[in-house]
Ligand binder design. Structure first.
Ligand code: SF4
Length: 672
C-alpha cells in the first residue's frame, strides 16, 4: 500500500472487509453502493414510505431514516413493514445522535444503524477540559460500557453499523486532546472500532465527513493509514461531504471530496448530501461512480522511484512552492483561464460570460468577483480594447501579430517551445500532455530543459484514462527535480450533461488543488460536448433549476471559480453550509436557503450555515462565520461562530435578523 491507498499511479480499489447490510454486500470489491437519507418526519409513516420508495426507484441501494428518539426508532418497524408489504426490500439505516436507547431499539428492526461517536455517549458542551491519562482511560471505559450493549444487539440480529464521525461534532474529550482536526476525527472512530473489534463484531462501515473537502479527504486518508497500522486490515468506507449545499456548488463540493478519494480507490459506498429532494442525490452519485470503469487501470504511468516517500504530505495541506511569473504562481491565488476558443468570433459582449460587462454609456468595464484572469482565444489579436485586468493567450502564429505584448502571451507545445525562434520576454505557456509526452521510453528529462527558462508557465493535461494520477505524477517529478515553474491545470471534458461535466472538472482539478498542486486552472470541452451543451442551454430543457448560466462559457467559468472556492484556494463568493435536512428539520430548508442566498450572495468570503435543527446543527456547521439554526417550530437561533447571539427568533423575521447580525459584525456590504 502506498501510504493511504493501493497505488498512486494505477486505479485499484482498496481491499476492505465484506459487510452485509440485509441482502446487500458492500466492501471487499463489491460495486460502490449509492445511498441517501429521507427528509420526512419519521413519525409520518406514509410520507416516509412514499419518499423512501421514490429514493429506491431513483437507484438508492440503502436508505437512511433519522431516529431522534425511542418513538421514531419504534416507528421504523411500521415503515419497514409497509415497504416490505409493497415489495421493497432495500435495506434501511437508522440515523442516531445522542440517543443510545433509540439505537438499541432500531438495531433490532432495521438492517443498519449509524452512530456518531462524537455524541453517542457524550453530551457536547463545547467545553475545553484538561484530561489526564487516567481521566481519559476512565472516559474510554465509560464509552465501552455504554456502547457495548449496542454492539451485542447488532451482532445478535446481524445488523450492520456505521461509525460515522463528523468534523465539528467531535466530543469534548477528543477536542481537548486532538482539537477539531482530521486526526481527532480518526481517533474518535477508532475508539469505537476498538470496542467493536474486542466484541468480535466486524459488520462495520466507517465515515469521516466534513463540509470542507480538504478536511474530509485528509481524515479518510489518515483513517486508512491508522486501520492498516493498527489492524492490518480496513473496514469499508462510506464517503460524503456534509452540508455541501445545493445546486452547482453542492455538486462541486461533493465531487471534490468524494471524487478525490475514489480516484485513489478509496470508498465502498457514497452519499451526496444536497439541500434538495433526496431522490435528486442519486443521479449525482451514479455520475460519480460510473467514471471508474475497468479500463481505468490501463496504466503506463511511471511509478515514482521513491515509492512511499512522497515529496509532499498527503495528510496536511501545503501548496507546492513555485516561482511567480506575472500573476501566476508564488504566493498568489490560482488564476482562472477561460477558454473562448470555440466561439466563432469574440466581441466585447462575449466577455460578459466570463465576468466582464461592458457599459457603452460610461465606456467602462464592470468586473465581477468571478472574472477570469486570462482568456485563451486561439485567434488573431482582438479588435477591441480589453479590460485592464484581463490578458489573452493565443497560438504563437497569432501572438506575433499582437501589438501589445504586455497583454498577449503565446502558448506552445513542448517541442514547439524548445524550437521557437520568437518567444515572449516575460511569460510563455507551454503545454505538456502527461501521457504522450512522457512514458517509460521518454522519462522526464524534457522537464529540465523547459524549466531552466524562468519565463515558462507549464500547462499540464493528460489523455490517460486515469488522468488525475497521470498529472499528479508529473507534479511529483517536478518536486523531486526541484522545478519551481508555476503550473496551470488544463482539464477538458468529453461528457454530455451539466452534472457529468461538473463532476469531471471538480474531481480532476479538485483532487490536485487539495494537495497544493496547481497555480491556475483552465477548463474546456471537446467539440462534441460543447455542441451538446450549447443545445442544452438553447433549449433550456434540462429542468435543472441550478443551471443558471446563459452560455457554455459562463457555465465553465463559474465552475472554475466554484472549484477554487470549494478547495479554499481562492475565495470569490459567499459560502453556504446548508444541511441536507432530515426528519429533525424544523423549517423548509430549500426555501430558506434560497431566501438567504438571494439576500447575501454578494458577501464575498462570508461563510453562512443554514441548519435544520439545534441538536446537530451547531456542531456540524463547522467553521461557518454565522449560523441560522432551527431551534423549535417557527423559531430560529442565530449564531456568530459557535456562539449563540439571538435565541428563538420568530422565523418570519429571522432572515432580516440575520442581515442585522451581519451588519453589526461588519460582514455586510450593500449590493452593487
Ligand atoms: S442538522 Fe439538518 S440534517 Fe443534521 S440532524 Fe439536524 S436537520 Fe437533520
Amino acid at each position: 500500500m502506498q501510504l493511504y491507498c493501493p497505488s498512486l499511479t494505477e486505479y485499484q480499489r482498496l481491499a476492505t472487509r465484506e459487510v452485509r447490510v440485509g441482502d446487500l454486500l458492500l466492501g471487499n470489491f463489491h460495486p460502490i453502493r449509492i445511498q441517501t437519507m429521507t427528509t420526512t418526519d419519521t413519525m409520518d409513516t406514509e410520507a416516509t414510505v412514499a419518499q423512501t420508495i421514490r429514493c429506491i426507484e431513483a437507484g438508492a441501494e440503502l436508505v437512511r431514516i433519522t431516529a431522534p428518539s425511542k418513538r421514531e426508532a419504534e416507528n421504523l418497524l411500521a415503515i419497514k413493514n409497509e415497504l416490505r408489504k409493497r415489495g421493497f426490500n432495500t435495506p434501511l439505516v437508522a440515523d442516531i445522535h445522542f440517543t443510545p436507547n433509540a439505537a438499541e431499539i432500531a438495531a433490532r428492526i432495521v438492517e443498519k444503524v449509524r452512530v456518531n461517536p462524537g455524541n453517542y455517549v457524550d453530551k457536547k458542551k463545547f467545553e475545553l477540559i484538561e484530561y489526564s491519562d487516567a481521566d481519559y482511560a476512565e472516559e474510554i471505559e465509560r464509552i465501552r460500557e455504554r456502547f457495548t450493549p449496542l454492539v451485542k444487539i447488532c451482532k445478535e440480529y446481524g445488523t450492520a453499523m456505521r461509525i460515522g464521525t463528523n468534523h465539528g461534532s467531535l466530543s469534548d474529550r477528543i477536542m481537548s486532546r486532538y482539537g477539531d482536526t482530521p486526526m481527532g476525527m480518526v481517533e474518535s472512530a477508532m475508539e469505537f472500532l476498538r470496542i467493536a473489534r474486542f466484541e468480535s463484531y466486524h459488520n462495520i462501515v466507517l465515515s469521516m465527513k466534513a463540509s470542507n473537502p480538504q478536511v474530509m479527504v485528509q481524515a479518510y486518508r489518515l483513517l486508512v493509514k491508522a486501520m492498516v497500522e493498527e489492524f492490518n486490515e480496513c473496514y469499508p468506507l462510506h464517503l460524503g461531504v456534509t452540508e455541501a449545499g445545493d445546486g452547482e456548488d453542492g455538486r462541486i463540493k461533493s465531487a471534490i471530496g468524494i471524487g478525490t478519494l475514489l480516484e485513489d480507490g478509496l470508498g465502498d459506498t457514497i452519499r451526496v448530501s444536497l439541500t434538495e429532494d433526496p431522490e435528486l442525490e442519486l443521479p449525482v452519485c451514479r455520475d460519480m461512480i460510473k467514471r471508474y470503469r475497468p479500463n481505468r487501470s490501463a496504466s503506463a504511468i511511471l511509478i515514482p522511484p521513491t515509492g512511499n516517500r512522497l515529496p509532499y504530505d498527503p495528510f496536511h495541506y501545503q501548496r507546492r512552492e513555485s516561482i511567480a511569473i506575472g500573476n501566476i504562481g508564488g504566493k498568489q491565488v490560482p488564476v482562472a483561464i477561460a477558454d473562448l476558443s470555440r466561439l466563432q468570433s469574440i466581441t466585447a459582449q462575449s466577455l460578459e460570460s466570463v465576468g466582464y460587462a461592458y457599459d457603452a454609456a460610461t465606456d467602462k468595464w464592470n468586473i465581477s468577483d468571478t472574472a477570469a484572469d486570462y482568456i485563451f482565444t486561439g485567434q488573431a489579436p482582438l479588435d477591441f480594447s480589453l479590460p485592464g485586468t484581463l490578458k489573452v493567450i493565443t497560438w504563437p502564429g497569432h501572438w506575433i501579430n499582437a501589438a501589445d505584448k504586455e497583454k498577449y502571451f503565446p502558448i506552445f507545445d513542448a517541442k514547439g517551445y524548445l524550437e521557437a525562434g520568437q518567444k515572449s520576454e516575460t511569460m510563455n505557456f507551454v503545454m505538456l500532455d502527461c501521457f504522450s509526452e512522457y512514458s517509460p521510453l521518454h522519462g522526464f528529462d524534457y522537464l529540465d530543459e523547459l524549466s531552466i527558462d524562468p519565463r515558462v508557465v507549464i500547462c499540464l493535461s493528460s489523455k490517460h484514462p486515469h488522468t488525475m494520477p497521470a498529472v499528479r505524477r508529473v507534479f511529483i517529478e517536478l518536486m523531486e527535480r526541484k522545478i519551481a515553474n508555476p503550473v496551470v491545470l488544463i482539464t477538458d471534458s468529453n461528457w454530455q450533461t451539466p452534472d457529468e461535466h461538473l463532476i469531471h472538472y471538480a474531481t480532476e482539478t479538485g483532487a490536485l488543488l487539495l494537495d497544493g498542486m496547481g497555480d491556475g486552472i483552465c477548463l474546456g470541452m471537446t467539440a462534441d460536448s460543447y455542441q451538446h451543451m450549447g443545445s442544452e442551454f438553447a433549449l433550456q430543457a434540462s429542468g435543472r433549476n441550478y443551471l443558471q448560466n446563459n452560455t457554455v462559457e459562463q457555465f465553465i467559468n463559474n465552475t472554475a471559480f466554484s472549484i477554487l472556492q470549494a478547495t479554499r484556494t481562492r475565495i470569490s463568493k459567499t459560502e453556504y453550509i446548508s444541511c441536507p435536512s432530515c426528519g429533525r428539520t424544523l423549517f423548509d430548508l430549500q426555501e430558506t436557503t434560497a431566501k438567504i442566498r438571494a439576500r447575501t450572495n454578494h458577501l464575498k468570503g462570508v461563510k453562512i450555515a443554514i441548519m435544520g435543527c439545534i441538536v446537530n446543527g451547531p456542531g456540524e456547521m463547522a467553521d461557518a462565520d454565522f449560523g441560522y439554526v432551527g431551534s423549535g417550530p417557527g423559531k430560529i437561533t442565530l449564531y456568530k461562530g459557535k456562539e449563540v447571539v439571538k435565541r428563538n427568533v420568530n422565523s418570519d423575521v429571522a432572515v432580516e435578523e440575520l442581515i442585522t447580525l451581519l451588519k453589526e459584525n461588519d460582514a455586510w456590504v450593500n449590493p452593487a
